[in-house]
Design a protein around this ligand. Structure first.
Ligand SMILES: Cc1ncc(COP(=O)(O)O)c(C=O)c1O
Length: 456
């Protein structure tokens, strides 16, 4: 660990670089026009700093690249699978460890084995979109029970009172309960170990298995070590092991805390479930020792799962996210607090009160941020979650208009982040000139990916 310095440095040096394609404001105006004011339709080389997502956009280490070269591409019984299994077992002690190509594949396979149409209910602190979608696609009901907690940090916690009510009413129809760490849909906010332990105790009382959506298990563990006093002197590894000791299984998108560009995991203890999962996996992903991945992908995942436990890395990761959030707040731009692990959320409704919700203030801010500095972010508001009511032909807005800046792991340096902050300083000065947008073309589902917009 670093000595007690004010400056927390990136705990890595750069061995390979990827050029950023630079552009100016006039060029970006044209790029945006061509992309119909939808940042998903930009080419990546039209972007200077890409904060669209932290999923699969992280930078692998030299040891991960070395592991990649050494990957074993055998169809069955691959050494890379065994290396990956060894580290996953060390962390979680799970009996069945299945690789998948990414998190949503784990979700689809798990739920297709346990969800019954029009009957099953799956509670969570907050379901991520793909988790919810996979349950609903199978005819199940996905319920969210996030605590409106007094706790200043662990605002991702499960609301145990609501969960108990749900268990009491629906006990027979709940095939499993989930808890998402960190709670992505609630701003990447952490869940305390106490809350995980109490959720498990409640599940045991009702004989319901507990699964963790564990994409950001290491970031969550760091928050526990820093802010849950009982764990202040506990190593990250011990915290991770304790977290997993309270669950019966987990799904994981390895594109987050395993710091790889592709990969996922589905792990649990139940032998009967393993039979169904094996069939599904072979049918749609691949044999049980590769599950839709190349051997080299599993080799890189094994190494990433070791590296992510490094406290210097986690300190830098959480501190650098906070650095960006605090700087944006200091400029006078309203952000959602407390600041989570992987992203900053800006309250665009508050920042741009002159733009009505019907004119998509968060998307307007995203477009201006792009034009001003080439910074790509993502709208989490009425473009993403609102919808067009087909009978009244009226837009039904979302309750929040947020702009998310998601930070890829080990990818940008502090000067890149300072550049983002400077872009916000410019935006702040011209906020009154920012005008709204309207949708001119949209798909019936997941419209934000492909919608065409134009300035009002
Ligand atoms: C909490 C959570 N669960 C599941 C997923 C889905 O993972 P993937 O994108 O690998 O399918 C994500 C992805 O962002 C996530 O954040």
């Amino acid at each position: 660990m670093q000595d007690n310095f004010k400056t927390i440095i990136e705990p890595f040096k750069i061995k390979m670089v990827e050029a950023i394609s630079m552009s100016n404001k006039e060029e970006r105006k044209l790029f945006l026009q061509k992309a119909y004011y939808n940042l998903f339709l930009l080419n990546s080389d039209e972007v200077i700093i890409d904060l669209l997502t932290d999923s699969g956009t992280g930078t692998m280490s030299s040891k991960q690249w070395a592991a990649l070269i050494d990957g074993d591409e055998s169809y069955a019984g691959s050494r890379s699978y065994r290396e990956m299994k060894k580290i996953v077992y060390e962390l979680s002690k799970m009996k069945h460890i299945f690789p998948t190509h990414q998190g949503r594949a784990s979700e689809r396979i798990l739920f297709s084995c346990v969800v019954k149409k029009d009957i099953s209910i799956v509670p969570n602190n907050t379901h991520f979109d793909t988790t919810r979608a996979n349950i609903e696609y199978l005819g199940g009901t996905a319920l969210d029970f996030t605590q409106d907690s007094e706790d200043p940090i662990f605002k991702g916690n499960m609301d145990l009172k609501l969960l108990k009510d749900c268990f009491e009413k629906n006990k027979k129809n709940i095939p499993l309960c989930m808890i998402t760490i960190t709670n992505n849909s609630r701003g990447g906010l952490p869940v305390s170990l106490k809350n995980i332990k109490e959720t498990k105790a409640l599940c045991d009382q009702f004989n319901i298995p507990l699964f963790i959506d564990a994409c950001r298990f290491a970031e969550n563990s760091y928050f526990i070590q820093q802010y849950e006093s009982e764990y202040k002197n506990t190593s990250i590894l011990k915290i991770i092991q304790e977290i997993f000791s309270y669950c019966d299984g987990f799904t994981m998108s390895a594109k987050k805390d395993a710091i790889v560009n592709i990969g996922g995991l589905l792990c649990f203890n139940d032998d009967k479930l393993a039979e169904g999962v094996t069939n599904q996996l072979i049918l749609t992903e691949g044999f049980t020792t590769y599950g839709g991945l190349a051997g080299r992908d599993m080799a890189a995942m094994a190494q990433g799962l070791k590296e992510v436990q490094d406290e210097s890395y986690l300190k830098y990761r959480i501190t650098s996210t906070k650095y960006l959030g605090q700087a944006i707040k200091k400029i006078g731009i309203p952000i959602i607090e407390p600041i989570g692990g992987h992203a900053i959320y800006i309250d665009a409704k508050k920042f741009l009160p002159h733009i009505p919700v019907s004119q998509l203030p968060a998307q307007a801010l995203a477009c201006n941020l792009y034009i001003e500095g080439g910074v790509r972010s993502v709208e989490i508001g009425s473009l993403m979650f609102g919808r067009l009511d087909t009978s009244s032909k009226k837009e039904v807005p979302h309750d929040m208009e947020l702009l998310r800046l998601a930070i890829p792991r080990r990818t940008y340096t502090q000067s890149h982040i300072d550049y983002v902050i400077e872009t916000f300083e410019k935006i702040y000065k011209q906020k009154k000139d920012i005008s709204g947008l309207q949708i001119v073309k949209q798909a019936p589902l997941l419209r934000h990916f492909s919608a065409h917009l134009k300035p009002v």
